[in-house]
Design a protein around this ligand. Structure first.
Ligand SMILES: Nc1ncnc2c1ncn2[C@@H]1O[C@H](COP(=O)(O)OP(=O)(O)OP(=O)(O)O)[C@@H](O)[C@H]1O
Length: 769
């Protein structure tokens, strides 16, 4: 096959139809298969037809007429598909079609699309420029000009004739042999389209499922909402998502993907599918959906109220044969404990209050240890560790201690010093060289525990450790068949520590056949946890078995521009830190052309000082609200800096700007409240995970603040701060669907984390406001 030609109405359908945006959808895969010649025919949505000519393929709409324009791809000359994966191929073709549409309608182009002045040439760079080699696609806007003009068809044809990684020259020009072959058959093409579009043919070709008019209805951003019943979701899923949901339950399965790829959605749909089929078959089936915090539990329940019309999640296990419990891990553990724990005794680790309390106690513990214990430890400590202590700013030290305690001492060592001594130090954490170094840290930890104990509260670690003791007994082993679960679903598995991960598999009904389904995006967990996805999996399953893995790579939440920005931030993290996971490798946005048009390349604006920046943040939010025609609650104003986020909230209160301040991670209920009552959402990056907004304004992403450098000079503390800043920035950016605005202080200059984004034009500096 030498060429493919796409008719204008068909082109419009292809760029608007969600199912053609990513090869994770079967239709898009079939479309690419048709074009690269790997398949001869495919069932297209009603209204689209395809037919083979002697040396080419035509894709057209049944609405085509003699005024229709055509995009012709000279496959032989351009070798467009050579060396491109299917995923890259659909991406390049989608970008090419969108560019062709712009050329035809004189619409404004972006920085990767060029019309060569005083010529009929145009160039498209389809892939983001942070890729190592620029790949360009060359367009000829007036191929075979003279002959086309003679037939009075000028302006109707655009030719793609070259696709290459090399740089171009002014004199390069297309060979028009294959275009001529196409053009010579134009009457036959019109005739074929007409005959295939006759009512009889239409009825035949319309046998398939999703008609284009259905898909038109899906246009617009609001359609990505997660609030749709199970049956409605089925037609929208990608083949990978569907496979995860439809595959029979048989053992463990993990679902991995970047932020916004639909992991949470898939877990919920999987639960509903299993519950429904068990109910239909008259089988008993009890599933549990475990969340990391109370706030995410409420969010899941809210989503389920729409996704699960049978309300399995409301059914009582003691009365009904098929049920779903949505619980936090603490709740689940506490329900199995012999001694009772009151609700007020739980510490919500995801709450601002408890994070602040923890930091306060750690600070006091550190002071006490310095005054009382340091002298006796001093001469045993490694010089590296001592250097770190003396050269790290106080606040950073406290934050790093908190990370060490939660990840290593509590998370991995179960609060036992002997185990802690054997744990490898975190690569990008406190540099612990010797046992003596760990001994001093453990002393601080003990003091911290004393302070915490005086508040007589239990955190998840306390509850989990006690539970493991009680579950690993003959009594529970006998009871689990009755009280255990047929399936366990765990969302945001990366947020649990190793201790917690070890408890899940005790709750399955069978010790050997464990249906545990869990989602992971390690990059969303703040700080180095020192584990791989396989480590997490080993802990969750609790044996040598392996989980089947599903990898999602289409980001549905975010526009292509936002995916590019997030990819730049993550790739700069992966470049600096050997164990920094890059979930956005090969990821693309699933946005249609209409959605992409509302989106814009993220902007960076500088302000003369912090005061002006804070004021500017609200001005930007107001502007976005008008431009996107959305509610205040659809806009998040976030900062990675604690102080700044408080200042933002303070400013909003003083100036009577309606707002809510996020005090818990993933607090969907608070966001719903803000949307209902016309308030902006303000929050620190640590509390925005799990949420989504139309637009995000990130305040203070400047040098010295991201990563913070309040006098922290020890290399390890700089590494730690840089690592966590990458995590936080990635999470915050990926909360936005359509627009990201980044603000910074002019004298500081933009954060170094944004360097790659600026270089690749994924972030544009707007100048000083
Ligand atoms: N196949 C799909 N078609 C359209 N929209 C989808 C599809 N899959 C997921 N979405 C939408 O993408 C958004 C993100 O989904 P979800 O919250 O499940 O992602 P996630 O991977 O869990 O994200 P995060 O890791 O940030 O929590 C939701 O708005 C959801 O409705």
């Amino acid at each position: 096959m030498k060429f493919v030609s796409i008719e204008e109405f068909a082109l419009n359908e292809l760029i608007e139809n969600r199912l053609f945006q990513t090869v994770e959808h079967d239709l898009a895969k079939a479309f690419i298969g048709l074009m690269n010649g790997s398949i001869r025919s495919a069932t297209l949505p009603q209204g689209l037809i395809s037919f083979q000519l002697e040396e080419g393929l035509i894709i057209a709409s049944t609405r085509a007429n003699r005024e229709s324009r055509f995009l012709v791809i000279d496959l032989e000359q351009s070798r467009l598909f050579d060396g491109l994966s299917d995923s890259d191929a659909i991406f390049a073709v989608q970008k090419s079609m969108r560019f062709a549409k712009k050329l035809w309608h004189g619409m404004s182009t972006n920085f990767s699309e060029f019309i060569v002045p005083q010529s009929t040439k145009a160039v498209l760079f389809p892939f983001s420029s942070y890729r190592p080699k620029p790949f360009r696609i060359l367009f000829e806007r007036s191929p075979l000009a003279e002959r086309v003009r003679k037939r009075d068809l000028q302006g109707k044809f655009t030719l793609i004739w070259k696709a290459t990684e090399g740089s171009g020259t002014k004199s390069e020009a297309p060979n028009e042999t294959n275009f001529r072959k196409f053009f010579e058959q134009i009457n036959e093409i019109y005739e074929q389209i007409r005959s295939l579009s006759s009512p009889v043919e239409n009825a035949l070709s319309g046998s398939r499922v999703l008609s284009s008019s259905n898909l038109d209805d899906l246009g617009g951003v609001s359609t990505i909402s997660i609030f749709q019943p199970y049956d409605d979701w089925l037609d929208l899923l990608t083949s990978k998502q569907r496979a995860f949901i439809e595959e029979p339950l048989s053992g463990a399965r993990r679902i991995e993907g970047a932020a916004g790829t639909g992991k949470t959605l898939c877990l919920m749909l999987k639960a509903v599918r299993e519950l429904r089929s068990s109910a239909a078959d008259g089988r008993t089936f009890h599933a549990v959906f475990i969340t990391h915090s109370e706030a995410t539990k409420s969010a899941i329940l809210e989503f389920m109220s729409v996704i699960d019309p049978d309300k399995f999640y409301k059914r009582d296990r003691s009365l009904e044969p098929v049920t779903l419990s949505v619980v936090t891990l603490s709740e689940l553990c506490a329900s199995k404990l012999t001694q009772q724990i009151g609700d007020s005794e739980f510490v919500d680790r995801d709450a601002l209050e408890s994070k602040e309390t923890q930091l306060l106690y750690i600070s006091e513990a550190l002071e006490a240890a310095e005054a009382t214990d340091f002298a006796s430890h001093d001469r045993f400590l490694s010089s590296e560790f001592k250097g770190f202590l003396s050269r790290t700013d106080r606040w950073t030290l406290i934050e790093m201690l908190q990370h060490e305690i939660s990840v290593s001492i509590k998370g991995r060592a179960g609060e036992k010093f002997d185990v802690y001594k054997k744990c490898d130090a975190l690569k990008y954490g406190i540099p612990l060289v010797s046992d003596a170094d760990k001994g001093y840290i453990f002393t601080i930890f003990r003091r911290y525990q004393e302070y915490l104990g005086s508040a007589s509260q239990f955190d998840t670690d306390d509850v989990v450790l006690t539970t493991i003791g009680q579950l690993d007994t003959p009594i529970w082993r006998r009871r689990r068949l009755r009280d255990g679960y047929d399936a366990i679903l765990i969302d945001e598995t990366h947020l649990f520590n190793i201790n917690e991960l070890h408890v899940f598999h005790h709750f399955t009904k069978s010790e050997t056949h464990q249906n545990i389904l869990f989602s992971i995006d390690r990059t969303q967990a703040v700080g180095d946890r020192g584990w791989t996805s396989d480590d997490i999996e080993g802990a969750v399953i609790g044996g040598d078995d392996r989980a089947e893995a599903s990898q999602l790579s289409t980001v549905f939440r975010c526009s292509p521009q936002i995916v590019d920005l997030a990819a730049c931030v993550v790739s700069s993290g992966a470049l600096l830190f050997t164990n920094f996971a890059n979930p956005l490798i090969n990821s693309v946005s699933g946005f249609t052309e209409k959605e992409e048009r509302i989106a814009k390349v993220p902007l960076y604006t500088s302000f003369p000082n912090d005061e002006a920046m804070i004021e500017g943040a609200f001005a930007k939010a107001d502007q976005l609200r008008v431009e996107l025609n959305c509610k205040r609650g659809d806009i998040l104003i976030a900062s990675l800096d604690r102080e700044l986020s408080f200042l933002l909230s303070q400013y909003a209160s003083q100036k009577n700007k309606p707002h809510i301040f996020l005090k818990k991670r993933g607090d969907q209920e608070a966001v719903d409240g803000a949307q209902g009552s016309g308030q902006y959402v303000i929050g620190h990056a640590d509390f925005v995970g799990g949420l989504e907004f139309m637009a995000v304004v990130i305040v203070g992403a400047d040098s010295g603040r991201i990563p913070p450098s309040k006098g922290a000079v020890a290399e390890s503390s700089q590494n730690y701060l840089s690592y966590t800043s990458h995590n936080r920035l990635y999470v915050t950016i990926t909360r936005a669907r359509l627009r990201v605005e980044i603000l910074g202080d002019q004298s500081r200059g933009p954060s170094s984390l944004l360097g790659t984004a600026f270089d690749s034009k994924c972030l544009i500096a707007e100048g000083v406001a």
